[in-house]
Each structure stands twice: as structure tokens, then as C-alpha cells.
Ligand binder design. Structure first.
Ligand SMILES: Nc1ncnc2c1ncn2[C@@H]1O[C@H](COP(=O)(O)OP(=O)(O)O)[C@@H](O)[C@H]1O
Ligand SMILES: [Mg+2]
Length: 232
């Protein structure tokens, strides 16, 4: 079982969105995927429950937030039952987050490329490193730039990339751009692949297709980066 966790002590950086997008794309490869929804908002769980109500199949299982004490047991009980586990974490630094990180193979830390979010992401990196020290192992992680401008790199994004390169923090090579499709999947209890089928407006469908290309590149980048880290 390969475990991914999405962490950032700041709320609203895109943990839930990027976790759901990754789950869908990995499940397309016909492997068993499970999501543990540790976000108190339970957005992914609600999304999955609405799909069930509407009679739509979901290509992966979504488990509700366990209590802090039960989290590690829940993760360990999934070994052999799922190929990929994706943990969507809450936007605070809690013991549950540390527990989840202790079982994670690759942590993704989404952040919007602006000067406000840099320090929060740095706290997430420090937490991953502290947890790794505690466990006597290296926990691979990467920052994931999210809500990037689709058309061009903003000055703030360039400045953040320079800063990240200077302090040798790992950055995922592919970013997620700002796309309405990524909010529509929640509003419409939809998979991104379903939006491609159901969007009738030509302009909007082109944007959804662009979003799909972006998410496929992001997923490939996550999988390849993890492979490289595991081989190192
Ligand atoms: N790449 C994106 N493009 C457009 N909207 C996004 C994107 N990423 C996140 N959002 C929106 O931003 C808000 C916060 O995202 P969310 O994934 O819930 O963050 P977190 O889980 O870190 O609190 C949500 O309304 C979500 O739909
Ligand atoms: Mg969330």
C-alpha cells in the first residue's frame, strides 16, 4: 500500500481538492484506491455520499474521519486491502496530523503561490521533517503550487519558486492551475471525467478538458516523483 497525505496547517490551500483529483486519476489505472477524509468539513465524504444518493458509482472508497486514537489502526487495517491510500488532513497542526504523517510515503503540501502562504507551507515542511526524525526515517514530501494562473506565471509565483529553489525545499514540477472545474466537481458531486462528458457549452468543455490535462500531468508528476524518492 502506498500512502499519500495532503497537509498544510493553513485552511483553504487546496488539500481537499488536490486529494480528490489525485484519487480519481489513480483509480483510472484500475487499482484499489481508498481515501480517509480527516478534514473536519468532511467534503470528500459528503461528495461520495451525494454520489451514492444520485446512484453514481465512485471508483474508490471514502472512509469518514476516525478519532485521533483510531487513525493509525485504520491506516494499518487497510494494508493488503487497498493499493493506494490518500489521506486528506485537517488544516491545523494536530496530533492526528502527526500520526497520519508517521504512516505516509509521500506528503503533498498544497499552497497558493503568494507571499502569505509561504510561511504556512514552511511550517508544514518542518512538521514533516520533525515527524520523520521521530520515526527515524525520511518522509518524502513536495510542495504543490495550486491555483496558479493558467495563462502566465505571476511575479509572486516566480518569487516563490526562486525562494523555494534557494532553500532546497522540494517542489512538485507540475502545478495545479485555477480552474472552475475543480470547484464544480464538489458542487455537482461529479468526477472530473464525468464533467468532460456532461458539459455541453463548447467553451466550458474546452476549459474542463484543459483541467483534465492539468490533473493528468499532476498525477504523473506525483507518481514519478514518489518513484524517484523511493529509488534514492
Ligand atoms: N486549483 C483550484 N482552482 C479553483 N478553485 C480551487 C482550486 N483549489 C482549491 N479551490 C477552491 O478553494 C477552496 C479551498 O480549497 P480546499 O481544497 O477545500 O482547501 P483545503 O482543503 O486546504 O482547506 C474550495 O472552494 C475549492 O473549491
Ligand atoms: Mg480540506
Amino acid at each position: 500500500m502506498i500512502t499519500f497525505a495532503f497537509a498544510n496547517p493553513k485552511g483553504g490551500t487546496g488539500k481537499t481538492t488536490s486529494a480528490l483529483l489525485l484519487a480519481e486519476q489513480i483509480a483510472r489505472a484500475n487499482v484499489r484506491v481508498t481515501v480517509i477524509d480527516c478534514d473536519p468539513n468532511q467534503n470528500i465524504l459528503e461528495w461520495a455520499n451525494r454520489r451514492t444518493e444520485y446512484g453514481r458509482e465512485t471508483p474508490f472508497e471514502v472512509l469518514p474521519r476516525p478519532s485521533e486514537d483510531d487513525l493509525i489502526d485504520m491506516v494499518d487495517s487497510l494494508v493488503g486491502k487497498t493499493d493506494y491510500l490518500i489521506i486528506d488532513l485537517e488544516g491545523t497542526a494536530s496530533q492526528a496530523v502527526t500520526f497520519a504523517l508517521s504512516r505516509t510515503d509521500f506528503v503533498l503540501i498544497p499552497l497558493e503561490p503568494n507571499s502569505v502562504e509561504g510561511p504556512h507551507a514552511a511550517r508544514a515542511v518542518a512538521l514533516v521533517e520533525r515527524t520523520g526524525n521521530l520515526m527515524h526515517r525520511d518522509i518524502p514530501y513536495a510542495l504543490l503550487l495550486n491555483r496558479c494562473n493558467a495563462a502566465f506565471e505571476t511575479a509572486e509565483e516566480r518569487a516563490l519558486r526562486d525562494e523555494v529553489a534557494n532553500c532546497s525545499v522540494n517542489l512538485l514540477p507540475v502545478s495545479l492551475v485555477r480552474r472552475t472545474a475543480y470547484t464544480r466537481i464538489f458542487g455537482e458531486a461529479s468526477l472530473l471525467s464525468e464533467l468532460v462528458q456532461t458539459t455541453t457549452d463548447r467553451r466550458e468543455r474546452e476549459r474542463v478538458e484543459k483541467a483534465m490535462e492539468n490533473v493528468q500531468a499532476y498525477t504523473e508528476s506525483v507518481v514519478n516523483t514518489l518513484k524517484q524518492r523511493m529509488a534514492a
